[in-house]
Design a protein around this ligand. Sequence first.
Ligand code: ADP
Ligand code: MG
Length: 251
Amino acid sequence: MIKVQNITKDFGKLKVLRGLDLEVKQGEVVVIIGPSGSGKSTFLRCLNHLESINSGNIFFEDKPVGFKQTPDGKKIPIKGKELCQLRSQMGMVFQRFNLFPHMTALNNVMEGPLTVLGKTKPDARDLALELLGKVGLANKAENFPSQLSGGQQQRVAIARALAMQPKLMLFDEPTSALDPELVGEVLSVIKNLATEGMTMIIVTHEMAFAREVADRVIFMDEGKIVEMGNPEQIFSKPRHPRTREFLSSVL
Ligand code: ADP
Ligand code: MG
């Protein structure tokens, strides 16, 4: 589904991604762990072209992310509607929920299907209600974000991302901004998505969750993938000293 080849990303002199390779297959759940500043968020943002890479390639379903090929073989950047369409196939959920504060939960979830997918109001409403049900918030459809807890807001944000009917979900520390007692309800929604076969790349500091949900775990440090393996390998038998050091600091 997604193929990343030797990508780099600099911010001025700062080399944030230093040659990353990754392939993710349909239905796979990949969890990325690593210290703060190691480039995890930047990596996710490059995947859906919120940031553009300096070198290397990213393919989403065999199409280069952020570019299209002209008939004579030139690569030109995509923008506007095409970029919107690309992004709509990769749902992204951030640490901060970024809901529209002046819209109800229902309208937040309906917005994308109405404006980007061109659905009719009744269709968008049906879909939104179904998704709010799925994240356990059928009874909060008419609430505004300020009337919801952080965990509920984040579940609305997940429903909103799902409303675009993405093929891939990207989560960037979806529970880091939550009070501890609200973390579980959000993780359980993500676990359900995994069970349903959603392809996901998840950056998280929740190690028990990572262990449970991941098909593959990636340990990133200083803009590189240091180690990658199944949860058992990474958490029980990490090979690299940096991985061991990181795990002993968080576990
Ligand atoms: P992580 O998510 O692993 O904590 P980030 O990808 O957010 O790491 O950041 C990696 C590095 O890139 C950090 O040093 C950060 O300060 C820097 N960085 C991130 N975004 C920008 C930006 N837009 N401009 C300049 N530096 C940035
Ligand atoms: Mg980050």
